[in-house]
Ligand binder design. Structure first.
Ligand code: SAH
Length: 377
């Protein structure tokens, strides 16, 4: 899953413990999931589809005769697979009107007697029984954007049996040093925007007698945030990764709490492995695993990986965090990165990040640390 086109900045609740305004959340977040074109985008992601399909059908014993809860069923695909794999009952919960399409699809595929589609948020739903499996595709850009895992945690705490299994069972966030021309392009875009502003200031003075220059700084700050400090979606080629990626967060889906994911903080050393490269950004991505649980291990472990891939990747791509200006690095150097990510105050489904990075040359020379804010919007 990955909704909320980059740049959506409208308010939807808060990270600060204030309740989320449901109507606002529906307007800003859920609305896109009500469209088949958006569900189709996810259904066309082969990496995503193959991983979930394999996870279910190669682990049929987890499903045969079992009760399953599909959190955010969308078109109903995971619920239908669960039924085809032998589930006795599948509760398929979906907040949007897509629920009606899911019902229709379950009927058309002969599993309407097993798949019960319930329209509503999983936080509010009442089920007649506890479930053996919770399956959900809740991952947003850089794993946690959209904050949908909160809903999965809520569903797990309310409805999963003590020996129940989570699909997926584990998730990880990764960070890597990369080279990319995206920063140069964004700098150009910023220059063009500022040239245009300067002409506007001149014209407004000439024609209307008001000097707008007092706002130039604010206009620049607004555009720097947009062009340079917003995460950029990109499907990178593996040869753009110039050093060793590092795990910055590991989540056990069976035990994680909202407090554990509300903030992500990490300090990692990223060794550079390419000679004479230009470190122009850090990139973030995630993977998830379907391992079952200690009590109920998977027959065959399946991985869904969204790392840079020659085959073209996934609809999640990777998130590129520009380092401006870029830094020249050599093989043997390393970049020390302190990372923090918290939910945006205006919209709990978007993320505010801070990176402090410090180049340690192979020779022992340490460059001064640079701190930059980044926004995953
Ligand atoms: N399971 C489908 C859709 C995944 S997209 C698939 O794999 O193709 C995530 C879906 O979860 C969206 O349709 C969204 O509307 C729904 N969703 C998100 N949060 C929810 C919540 N709290 N309760 C119910 N549905 C939710």
């Amino acid at each position: 899953m990955a909704s909320l086109p980059n740049g959506t900045a409208a308010a939807a609740g808060s990270s600060g413990g204030r309740p989320v305004d449901k109507e606002v959340d529906f307007a800003n977040y859920f609305c896109t999931y009500g469209y088949l074109y958006h569900q189709k985008e996810m259904l066309c992601d082969r990496v995503r589809m193959d991983a979930y399909h394999s996870s279910v059908f190669r682990n049929a014993p987890h499903f045969e005769g079992k009760v399953v809860l599909d959190v955010g069923t969308g078109s109903g695909i995971l619920a239908i697979w669960s039924a085809q794999a032998g589930a006795r009952k599948v509760y398929a919960v979906e907040a949007t009107n897509m629920a009606e399409h899911a019902r229709e699809l379950a009927r058309a595929n002969g599993v309407a007697d097993i798949v019960e589609v319930i329209q509503g948020t999983v936080e509010d739903v009442e089920l007649p029984e506890k479930v053996d499996v919770i399956i959900s595709e809740w991952m947003g850009y850089f794993l946690l954007r959209e904050s949908m895992f909160d809903s999965v945690i809520c569903a797990r705490d309310r409805w999963l049996k003590p020996d129940g299994v989570m699909y997926p069972s584990h998730a990880r966030m990764w960070l890597a040093p990369i080279r990319t021309g995206l920063g140069d392009k964004k700098m150009e875009d910023l220059d063009i925007a500022m040239d245009d502003w300067n002409l506007f200031v001149q014209d407004t003075q000439a024609y209307y007698g008001v000097n707008m220059n007092a706002l130039t700084k604010a206009y620049r700050a607004e555009h720097e945030k947009y062009y340079l400090k917003s995460a950029i979606w990109n499907n990178l080629h593996p040869n753009q990764v110039i050093g060793q990626p590092a795990v910055i967060k590991e989540i056990d889906c069976l035990t994680a709490t909202v407090d554990e994911i509300r903030e992500v903080r990490a300090q990692v050393m990223l060794p550079i492995s390419l000679e004479g490269a230009r470190l122009s950004a850090l990139a973030g991505w995630f993977d998830v695993h379907f391992r079952g649980s200690a009590q109920n291990p998977a027959v065959e472990e399946v991985e869904l990986n969204t790392a840079p891939d020659e085959q073209g990747g996934t609809h999640w791509g990777q998130q590129v965090f520009l380092l401006t200006p870029p830094v020249k690095v050599s093989k043997g150097d390393s970049v020390n990165v302190s990372f923090s990510m918290v939910r945006s105050k205006e919209n709990h489904r978007l993320m505010d990040m801070e990176f402090t990075y410090e180049l340690h040359e192979f020779s022992g020379r340490k460059h001064p640390a640079i701190t930059t804010k980044m926004y995953l919007e």
